[in-house]
Each structure stands twice: as structure tokens, then as C-alpha cells.
Design a protein around this ligand. Sequence first.
Ligand SMILES: NC(=O)c1ccc[n+]([C@@H]2O[C@H](COP(=O)([O-])OP(=O)(O)OC[C@H]3O[C@@H](n4cnc5c(N)ncnc54)[C@H](OP(=O)(O)O)[C@@H]3O)[C@@H](O)[C@H]2O)c1
Length: 237
Amino acid sequence: MTTAFITGATSGIGRAMAFALSDAGYDVYAVGRNEAALKEMQAERSGIFPIALDVTDREAIESVVADLQIDVLINNAGMMPPLGNFADMKISDIDATLEVNLSAAILLTRLVVPQMRERQSGHILFTGSSAAHAPFPNVAVYSATKAALSGFAASLRADLSPFGIRVTEIVPGRVETQLYKNILDPETRAAMYAGNVAVQPEDVAKMVVALLELPAWADVTRFDIMPTRPTTPSGSK
Ligand SMILES: NC(=O)c1ccc[n+]([C@@H]2O[C@H](COP(=O)([O-])OP(=O)(O)OC[C@H]3O[C@@H](n4cnc5c(N)ncnc54)[C@H](OP(=O)(O)O)[C@@H]3O)[C@@H](O)[C@H]2O)c1
């Protein structure tokens, strides 16, 4: 059985990927802090195995990964800090964003890569963002974390492709998820997604299933998925 380990699986893009990969026959290790959401997912699909933890809890991550064979690692967990001019950003929000979006993904990858190298196979994906590749106001640190993931993914690929390991950077534009739930009021969020101006999480998941099905010699190094309709620059990530 092929296994996928997905962080940020309790909501949005990660949840959609967990269901899609389970439907495609993978055993899915679904990671997140929201235990109720994980239980619901497990009840819906027998092939989903919940792992409740915070990705910044290094000891917990290390002990979980030690016992698992992971064929597909999807570093998807992410957070959006409060939107605003960088000059006003709280240091604690800078720290949290760097830790969740960047450090946790790099450290988890470091834990998983040796077993993939040993088996000479595996696929590692990162959920990046269009904010890594174009400037938007009010999201400087978020953009920095996604740009760093992009650079990390590219160099990691150079290290790992000789061992048959594929690395993919997922680059979504606006996707209708819970990403802004703690930082925008419900009306503003609803307005952001009104009028089909967002990609749906299931659209991203379909692309991921398709690229995983390619033969092992073909690596989709990056894919961008954007809404067809124009969005306002400040909300386009
Ligand atoms: N939505 C967009 O427009 C968009 C565009 C480009 C890129 N992205 C990226 O897509 C990824 C998924 O976000 P989403 O849009 O699907 O948002 P979402 O619905 O808010 O999902 C975020 C996920 O990340 C998890 N997470 C956050 N902090 C965590 C932590 N400390 N430990 C463990 N899990 C944590 C959450 O799980 P728990 O709360 O259960 O821990 C949740 O499952 C993120 O990396 C985001 O930056 C989103």
C-alpha cells in the first residue's frame, strides 16, 4: 500500500487532498491540531489515519515519523498572519509564520528524506503560493516563507532526483478555504470568495492525484493554479 503523510489535513486544501488520495487508494496519514475534524474525516474514509499534533512540536513529529513508511509527503500546513503593513507587524506573528510555514516543513522533510533515499523512491510536495512569485502588499512575511519554500524545493530536488525522489511546488492563487478565518470577519471573507473568483480545494487535489500517477521518471516540478477571474491584488494568495 502506498502511503501519504499530509500536514494541514483538517481543512481546506489539505483536507481535499486527503480525501482525494484516499479515494485514489492511498493510506493517508492526516495531520492537524483539530481532533474533531480528524475524527470526522476518519469516520468518512477507512483509509484515513488521523494524527493530532502541532507541526511546530518537533518531538511529537519526530516520534510519529519514526514509526511510519512515508511514500508521499505533502508539506501543506500553513497560516496567514494578520494582514497589514510590515512596519506594524508583531514580532510574535513573524515568529509564528516562519515556524509554521517554513521551519516545520523543512524539519519534517529532513526527518522523512532518509527513508526515501534508502528506498530510492518517494515524492515530496510543498504547498507554496502565488505570493512567493509576485509582490502583494500586507503579506511580506507570509510571502517570504513561501518564497523560501520555493527555493528550498528547487535545491532539494537537485539533491534528491539522483535517488529517484520527486519534488513538487504547488503554487495556488486564491483558493476558497479557512485560511483567513482568524484574521478577517465573516462578511469580508464571504466577499473575497463571491462571484467564482477562487479556485476550490478539490481542484488543487485533482492536480495532485494526476501528477502522482505519472511514471516515476516524470517529475512535475511546479504547478500554478489560479482563478480565471481577476482578483484584487491584496487578496491574491
Ligand atoms: N487559500 C488560499 O488562497 C491559499 C493560496 C495559496 C496557498 N495557500 C496555502 O495552502 C495551505 C493550506 O491552507 P488552506 O488555504 O487550505 O487554509 P486552511 O483551510 O486554514 O487550512 C490550514 C491547515 O493548516 C493547518 N495548520 C495551521 N497551523 C498548524 C500547526 N501549527 N500545526 C498543524 N497544522 C497546522 C490547519 O490545521 P489545524 O488548525 O487543525 O492545526 C489546517 O488544516 C497553506 O500552506 C496556505 O498557505 C492557500
